[in-house]
Design a protein around this ligand. Structure first.
Ligand SMILES: [Zn+2]
Ligand SMILES: [Zn+2]
Length: 323
C-alpha cells in the first residue's frame, strides 16, 4: 500500500514525510483492516512530525494520522466487511487498570495512540482494534466524518465539562475549526454560545453563535479557550461566574492567573478526549443535529504541503487527506 512514512522527526519545510510503498499489515484476532477513505490533518500531526513531541527511536518509521474514516475490508471480529468506521487519537486502552475500570479509559497509562504507537491514517489501509472503533451514521460523509474523531471529540469533551443548561451563556475564545464545532454543540444543547473574536466573526456566524463580541463582557456560565494564548485564559477566568468552569483544550507552555480573578470556586480544567461513549455521542449529535464540519479535501501525497500550510496558519477548519 501507499503511505506517507516518517523516518525521523524534522521541520516540515524539509518535507520529512515520504510517499512510499509499505507492506499492508496482517491483522490478528480482534482486529479489522480498513481501506482508508479519509483522514483529517490535526495540529498534533505537525508536533509529531517536527519533534515537539519527543518520541523514542523504536517507534520509527511511523505513519501519522489519527482522524481515520475507513471501510472494513477484512475482519477478525464481529464487525462485518463493508461497515464504515472511524478511530481517533486513542487507538485502544488496556481495559484493566483503575482508570479503565472506573470509566476513564482516556486516562489509561497503557493507552496506545493512533499514528504514534501504531500505524495511522496517512496510508491506504489501517489495521484497527475492533473494540475501539465507532460506526459512522450514513448521513455523515467520509470527509466530514474524519475531523469529528479528534477535533469534534475534543470540542465535545470541552462542552461536556461545562455541561451547559438551557439558556446558559458560554464564552468561546479562539475561533477556528474546534470552536466551529463547539459553538454548534453549545447551541444544539439549547445554550447560547458567545464567540469572542476579533478576526473570525464570519466563522462564528456560520457556526450559529448567539452572540459575537470583540471582548468578553459580563459574566459567563462557562468558557472554553481553544487558542494557545495565555491572555485569553486570563480573560476567560476573570469573566466566568463563581462555581463555573473554564476549559482549556489548547496546549500552552505556561498560564498565569491573578488569584483575585480566580476566587470563589472557579474551576479550570484541560481535556483528554477519546472516551468511546463520547465518540458515539459526537457522531449521534452530528447525525441528529446536523453538526457541520469545515473541511478541505486534499490528496494523501500532499501531506507535507498541507502540514506546512497548517503551520503558517493558512488553513481554516480541517484539511482532510484522501488516498
Ligand atoms: Zn488530533
Ligand atoms: Zn487502562
Amino acid at each position: 500500500m501507499k503511505a506517507m512514512l516518517l523516518e525521523k522527526q524534522e521541520k516540515i519545510e524539509k518535507k520529512p514525510l515520504k510517499y512510499v510503498n509499505v507492506k499492508t499489515e496482517d491483522i490478528s484476532e480482534g482486529q479489522i483492516l480498513v481501506k482508508v477513505l479519509a483522514n483529517g490533518v490535526c495540529h498534533s500531526d505537525l508536533h509529531i512530525v517536527e519533534g515537539d513531541f519527543p518520541l523514542p527511536a523504536s517507534l520509527f518509521p511511523l505513519i501519522p494520522g489519527h482522524e481515520i474514516v475507513g471501510e472494513v475490508v477484512e475482519s477478525k471480529s464481529e464487525i462485518e466487511k463493508g461497515t464504515r468506521v472511524g478511530i481517533g487519537w486513542f487507538y485502544n486502552a488496556c481495559g484493566k487498570c483503575d482508570q479503565c475500570i472506573s470509566g476513564h479509559e482516556n486516562l489509561c497509562p497503557n493507552a496506545l495512540v493512533t499514528g504514534i504507537n501504531v500505524r495511522g491514517g496517512y496510508a491506504e489501509y489501517a489495521a484497527l482494534d475492533a473494540n475501539y472503533v465507532t460506526a459512522i451514521p450514513d448521513s455523515i460523509g467520509d470527509i466530514e466524518a474524519a475531523p469529528l474523531f479528534c477535533a469534534g471529540i475534543t470540542a465535545y469533551s470541552a462542552v461536556k465539562k461545562i455541561n451547559p443548561s438551557v439558556n446558559d451563556r458560554i464564552a468561546v475564545f479562539g475561533i477556528g475549526g474546534l470552536a466551529f464545532y463547539a459553538i454548534q454543540m453549545i447551541e444544539a444543547m439549547g445554550a447560547k454560545a458567545v464567540a469572542v473574536t476579533r478576526s473570525h466573526a464570519k466563522v462564528a456566524e456560520e457556526a450559529g453563535a448567539s452572540e459575537i463580541t470583540h471582548k468578553p463582557q459580563g459574566q459567563y456560565d462557562g468558557s472554553i479557550v481553544f487558542a494557545p494564548n495565555p491572555e485569553l485564559v486570563k480573560d476567560a477566568v476573570s469573566t466566568v461566574r463563581s462555581g463555573k468552569t473554564v476549559v482549556i483544550p489548547a496546549v500552552m507552555d505556561r498560564i498565569e492567573i491573578p488569584f483575585s480573578s480566580f476566587t470563589w470556586e472557579k474551576n479550570i480544567t484541560s481535556v483528554a478526549s477519546g472516551l468511546r461513549k463520547e465518540t458515539r455521542a459526537v457522531l449521534d449529535m452530528a447525525d441528529s443535529a446536523g453538526i457541520k464540519s469545515m473541511v478541505h479535501k486534499r490528496t494523501l501525497s500532499e501531506a507535507n504541503e498541507v502540514l506546512s500550510e497548517l503551520k503558517k496558519g493558512q488553513i481554516m477548519g480541517r484539511a482532510v487527506l484522501v488516498p
